[in-house]
Design a protein. Structure first.
Length: 193
């Protein structure tokens, strides 16, 4: 059975393929449908953005669709960057500029007050059915300098005290077991079985 992942990110597609193939799903992405433009994320919550993308594509493609929206919430920044994580420093979606802006905005905050979390919401949409959402969260801290080269976005400054490393210092396997995306995806898979 086909399932479309609402992304052009090949890394994300590979992750979904490895997790969904054992259940008999053939994963496709927006790369398989070049005539369809990505849906603009105009919602005010991760749930709204994920549902918006999933429902639109399920209707247009008439198939099962998974869409996600994720981001970083920093307590000392009143939850910023939140749903604007990918475009925090501007519309051009520059990971390095976004990361540097978070560090700049936290420069006068004590280390113990730099609590943060990664959040991922996945929406599963089927034509003619109610869309379901799945939320995964992982808690951590923001550190002042980048560490590690794995991952992307805010991974080099997101520190897990219980693992004594940043997300960017973890292997893909380690990250998959504890990440916000991995948690949300496991909840979704339980519903697909």
């Amino acid at each position: 059975m086909d399932i479309v992942i609402a992304t052009n990110n090949l890394g994300k597609v590979k992750e979904f393929q490895s997790l969904l193939a054992p259940y008999g799903y053939t994963v496709k992405s927006l790369k398989d449908f070049p005539e369809i433009e990505e849906v603009e994320e105009t919602g005010t919550s991760f749930e709204e953005n994920a549902c918006m993308k999933a429902e639109y594509l399920a209707k247009v493609l008439d198939c099962l669709v998974v869409a996600d929206d994720s981001g970083l919430e920093v307590d000392a920044l009143n939850g910023e960057p939140g749903v604007y994580s990918a475009r925090y420093a501007g519309l051009e979606k520059d990971d390095e500029k976004n990361l540097q802006l978070v560090l700049e905005n936290l420069k006068d905050v004590a280390p113990e007050n730099k609590t943060a979390r990664f959040i991922c919401v996945m929406a599963l949409a089927k034509p003619g059915e109610l869309t379901k959402t799945y939320r995964g969260v992982c808690e951590g801290m923001i550190i002042d300098e980048k560490k590690g080269t794995n991952g992307f976005g805010y991974d080099p400054i997101f520190y897990f005290p219980e693992y004594a490393c940043t997300t960017a210092e973890m292997t893909c396997e380690q990250k998959g077991k504890i990440s916000h995306r991995g948690k949300a995806l496991r909840l979704l898979i339980n519903d697909l079985q």
